[in-house]
Structure formats: structure tokens, C-alpha cells
Design a protein around this ligand. Structure first.
Ligand code: RB5
Length: 144
């Protein structure tokens, strides 16, 4: 499994924590930056992660900004991207099981490193359930 990850200037340290955690779980990580605390614009990184999934370079993605909200709004503009902004593990799990989310977003101003890794684990360990959820995911896709 390959994950593309990205963040803005608010979340560089948390991205490093999450990257190390993903790699410790055997996930291949493509890091799209940003790599410094210099102020930047989160949609740029949402675009890089979203297009890397669209192209098949990565299966899934993780985007971190201050809240996770801007990243999810931007990523969801791209066809085939289902980005979920969450702040606890239950929603991360449900986003995979019910929504077939392929991008996980959270906020470095909202969650600390331990909770972030728990959120990542919940996302990694859950599987899409299909069934009654497929019609709803198909409806979302039909709006693209
Ligand atoms: C940057 O100040 C902040 O707006 C950004 O990280 C994010 O929270 C946007 O949704």
C-alpha cells in the first residue's frame, strides 16, 4: 500500500510523526511536503496528493493542515477523491467502512501526535463494507 501525504506550514512536525508511523506499519510513503514552517497555501498540497491518487501513483492519502478542513475541501474538488476530515478514530474507521474514503484529513491544531497515530491506525485497519453503501458512493460519483 502506498500513501501520498502532504501538509501546510502548520503541520510539518505532525506530518513527520505520521510518516514515521506509516512506515513502521509497512506503508510506502510519498511525501509531497511542505517541509518547512514557511507560510504556504494548503490547496497546493491537496492538489498534489489528490492527483497522485488519480494517476495511480498512490492508493490513498493523508493531508494535514491546521484543522483538516481546508485540505478536505480542496481535495474533494478532484474526481474520484473522497476526503474525510476527522478528529477521532471512530470517524476515521467509518469513513473507510461506509464512505470508501481514500484521503484522510486532520488538523495539527486539533489533534496531538498520539491521537493522530490512533486516527491513522483506524483508517489503515478498516475496510470498505460495500453493500448498502455502494449506491451512496455511486451517487456521489455521479455528481462529479
Ligand atoms: C492556516 O492558517 C490554516 O488556515 C490552514 O492550516 C487550515 O487550517 C485551513 O483549513
Amino acid at each position: 500500500m502506498t500513501y501520498s501525504i502532504g501538509c501546510d506550514h502548520t503541520a510539518v512536525a505532525l506530518k513527520e510523526t505520521v510518516k514515521a508511523h506509516l512506515e513502521s506499519r509497512g506503508v510506502t510513503v510519498i511525501d509531497h511536503g511542505t517541509h518547512s514552517s514557511e507560510r504556504t497555501d494548503y490547496p497546493l498540497f491537496a492538489k498534489d496528493v489528490a492527483t497522485s491518487i488519480q494517476s495511480g501513483q498512490a492508493e490513498r492519502g493523508i493531508l494535514i493542515c491546521g484543522t483538516g478542513i481546508g485540505m478536505s475541501i480542496a481535495a474533494n474538488k478532484f474526481d474520484g477523491i473522497r476526503a474525510a476530515a476527522v478528529s477521532e478514530p471512530f470517524s476515521a474507521q467509518a469513513s473507510r467502512e461506509h464512505n470508501d474514503a481514500n484521503v484522510l484529513c486532520f488538523g495539527a491544531r486539533v489533534v496531538g501526535p498520539s491521537l493522530a497515530n490512533m486516527i491513522v491506525d483506524a483508517f489503515l485497519d478498516a475496510s470498505y463494507e460495500g453493500g448498502r453503501h455502494q449506491k451512496r458512493v455511486d451517487l456521489i460519483q455521479s455528481y462529479e
